[in-house]
Ligand binder design. Structure first.
Ligand code: GUN
Length: 294
């Protein structure tokens, strides 16, 4: 059984990115510049955005944090987006989700210039992904694909079962695994909250991607011997013995599932750290105009 160490791999990728950015800077090229828009004080969002900005700095990128009060109107936030669209120094930007209830997230996502949409959430970029055209892949699926690639996990002809159909993880993951390519060529089953006999499908999987947000949902009896298990969940469960009163667990019951696996990602230290690196990889692509040209 091999533990896929997302923390170590993300550090390695950060070093590779830092080396490339240093070479660009030394030859007089443009240093990649990511902007992040954070609305309000949501504690989890603050942590995520802080991690993104810190990782940028560590890799030698420029970063700009745009903080807005929770009371900002949709029209005002659209102005912020338009300003970032027009700012030639900004290569890519993200608007951290979730947004306050009075702002329609779809309106904001649609307003972002696809060329600068390093989250890969705009329908143009999502559509390009579905068609297999060059695009910015959404951070979590991109991180998972990178882990499978770097650990040499064979995917061709395998049966992948993706649990969960969210727009940012399950659905794009199912599309990517089914497409032609080094990490792809799978037979894919997408199961979700309305699937009948869900464990029966999961038991048939060579590769399981668990992204349903239910703590320790995937148990040993659902996992075939030798399966590859990718755990996207980050769930807080109460634990009076833990220093903060809770601990983080994935969507997989790691202790009982790990012994059956050929590869497994831990929580924390698996998929999570890879997502920020995906964002930086997309920002570098944006600054090099790799997807859309000059
Ligand atoms: N909220 C949770 N995940 C994400 C993400 O990948 N991008 C943005 N913009 N917001 C998020």
């Amino acid at each position: 059984m091999t533990i896929i160490d997302g923390k170590k791999l993300s550090e390695q990728i950060k070093t590779e990115l830092a080396r490339e950015v240093a070479a660009i800077r030394d030859s007089g090229g443009k240093v990649p510049h990511l902007a992040a828009v954070l609305v309000g004080e949501d504690p989890a969002s603050q942590v995520y955005v802080r991690n993104k900005v810190r990782s940028c700095e560590e890799a030698g990128f420029k970063s700009t944090l745009v903080r807005k009060d929770v009371g900002i109107t949709e029209v005002e936030l659209l102005e912020v987006v338009n300003h970032l669209n027009d700012d030639d120094d900004i290569d890519g930007f993200i608007v951290q989700l979730p947004l306050p209830k009075h702002i329609n997230e779809e309106h904001i996502t649609l307003a972002i210039d696809p060329k600068k949409d390093v989250d890969g959430f705009h329908p143009v970029n999502f559509g390009r992904m579905a068609l297999g055209l060059p695009t910015y892949l959404p951070a979590t699926p991109f991180g998972i694909v990178t882990m499978l690639e770097r650990y040499g996990v064979e995917t061709a002809g395998k049966h992948a079962v993706v649990i969960g159909r969210s727009n940012i993880v399950g659905t794009p993951m199912a599309i990517l695994l089914s497409r032609k390519g080094r990490v792809g060529d799978c037979t894919v089953t997408l199961v979700h909250s309305r699937t009948r006999n869900l464990p029966e499908f999961v038991r048939q999987a060579d590769i399981i991607v668990a992204a349903i947000g239910k703590p320790e949902f995937v148990t040993a009896d659902m996992v075939k011997e030798g399966a590859v298990v990718i755990d996207v969940g980050i769930n807080r469960v109460d634990d009076p013995a833990a220093p903060r009163g809770f601990r983080l667990v994935g969507d997989v019951a790691y202790g009982e599932v790990a012994p059956k696996c050929s590869f497994i990602t831990p929580v924390p230290g698996g998929v999570g750290p890879m997502t920020v690196m995906s964002l930086l990889m997309n920002t570098l692509k944006a600054s090099k105009k790799e997807i859309y040209g000059a």
